[in-house]
Design a protein around this ligand. Structure first.
Ligand SMILES: [Zn+2]
Length: 89
């Protein structure tokens, strides 16, 4: 096991990043999924299921980001449209 710098016992989480999909790592249970990283779990192998889930989660994250950007774009274009209407009146 690993111990965090804050003194608590580390938990094992699975990475969902593009570079390390499915890779298990020790993390601080008090911090968020990204900031809690301590070190990689070297003695554990990546299972094909964990790899697949991590890739799907990563793909979902990219889609969520894209979705948010499209929503922001939609709101902006709506305001530009309203601005044109008001300006023309
Ligand atoms: Zn900690």
């Amino acid at each position: 096991m690993a111990t965090c710098s804050c003194g608590c016992e580390a938990v094992i989480r699975t990475s969902t990043t593009r570079n390390n999909p499915g890779r298990p790592f020790y993390a601080c249970p008090k911090k968020g999924p990204r900031s809690g990283f301590i070190r990689w779990v070297e003695e554990m192998k990546i299972s094909p299921e964990a790899l697949m889930i991590a890739r799907l989660v990563n793909g979902n994250k990219i889609l969520e980001k894209e979705n948010l950007m499209l929503k922001i774009g939609l709101v902006c274009s709506w305001f530009i449209f309203l601005g044109i209407i008001v300006y023309k009146l």
